[in-house]
Design a binder for this molecule. Structure first.
Ligand SMILES: [Mn+2]
Length: 318
């Protein structure tokens, strides 16, 4: 299906339920709220946003990011369900059961590993999902209000690491430029996302970075975050967003790995590559996925075994 087809579908519906992914980030939230703000410009149209976890606190200063609902809080029915920035059923977390209940499901995403789990799937390889939503809003012929452009820029800024990742294309910059021209506040968004953090996060960060270890002659850098660390520093899981950028910044490192304990003997693995290694392939060995440069998976087992497995999976590519 084309992006125009998605717009046609959305125009037909008056009550739309938008789904964000688990551990919501700037791109899934920006995509969802841009779409909501655009859709609700038409009288009688209602869009609600569902996420299996609450919006992290740092988005609180951004007034264009509003309320999201937990799947258990949705009691009414909608005319269609649309997911944004969600590559797989797994990424929808606890929301997936609700999502699949509808006969009309739409999946708009930018991950190359997208599993096409919906009735209608639109997947385009872009730096951020918000770049696709920008095009969708054009097809919807909706006004790019301040809330719309700020929401879209939030996704572009976060998924490109403030325009520093190597997924940035000419079109990324063109869209960002257009958004700023219309009135998006780049400084406010970048500052909130990258230059402002809680003291609990700063302490956890210092501890985690202090434990960084190198493997394969310095080509792999690993950071590990354990459940007890969150208790020690009164920190929360969502605060670890961005930690992995530091190990990747080390000279000679090709792949950075974050191993985060989520339950006993269950570890969430995040992988980042400088370009030589396709970490989407590495994550897919363990049933995960993502992009060539950024991907993730879940591995069960003892920490040392999990760490060895992931090192082996990466190093066969060197
Ligand atoms: Mn994204």
């Amino acid at each position: 299906m084309t992006l125009k087809d998605v717009a046609v579908e959305l125009k037909k519906r008056s009550k739309i339920l938008i789904f964000c992914h688990n551990r919501p980030d700037g791109d899934t939230l920006g995509s969802a709220f841009a779409l909501k703000h655009a859709l609700e410009q038409v009288d009688g149209k209602v869009a609600k946003i569902v996420c299996s976890q609450a919006v992290p606190e740092k988005y609180g200063v951004l007034d264009f990011i509003g309320k999201t609902y937990l799947p258990t809080e949705i009691n009414e029915s909608f005319d269609c369900h649309i997911s944004v920035d969600c590559a797989s059923e797994m990424m929808l977390g606890d929301s997936y059961a609700l999502y699949k209940k509808h006969s009309i499901t739409i999946n708009v995403d930018h991950h190359v590993s997208n599993e096409r789990y919906a009735k209608m799937n639109y997947v385009e390889d872009r730096a951020s999902c918000c770049e696709i939503i920008y095009g969708l809003i054009n097809y919807l012929n909706r006004e790019k209000t301040e809330s719309v452009v700020n929401s879209l820029l939030l996704g572009v800024v976060t998924d490109t690491g403030n325009f520093m990742h190597n997924n940035v294309t000419e079109s990324t910059l063109q869209i960002a430029s257009e958004l700023v021209k219309i009135g998006a506040n780049l400084h406010k968004i970048s500052y909130a996302m990258f230059k402002n953090q809680k003291i609990e996060r700063a302490k956890l960060y210092a501890h985690v970075i202090g434990g960084m270890r190198f493997f394969e002659y310095g080509k792999i850098a690993i950071i590990s975050i354990f459940k007890r660390d969150f208790e020690t520093f009164s920190a929360t899981q969502d605060m670890t967003e961005g930690f992995i950028d530091f190990p990747l910044s080390v000279e000679g490192v090709e792949v950075a790995v974050s191993i985060m304990e989520t339950k006993e003997n269950a570890y969430k693995i995040s992988l980042r590559s400088k370009g030589k290694i396709n970490v989407n392939e590495v994550a897919s060995i363990f049933g995960g996925g993502g992009h060539i440069l950024a991907s993730g998976c879940l591995i069960h087992g003892f920490y040392e075994d999990v760490k060895d497995k992931i090192i082996r999976a990466i190093s066969i590519n060197f």
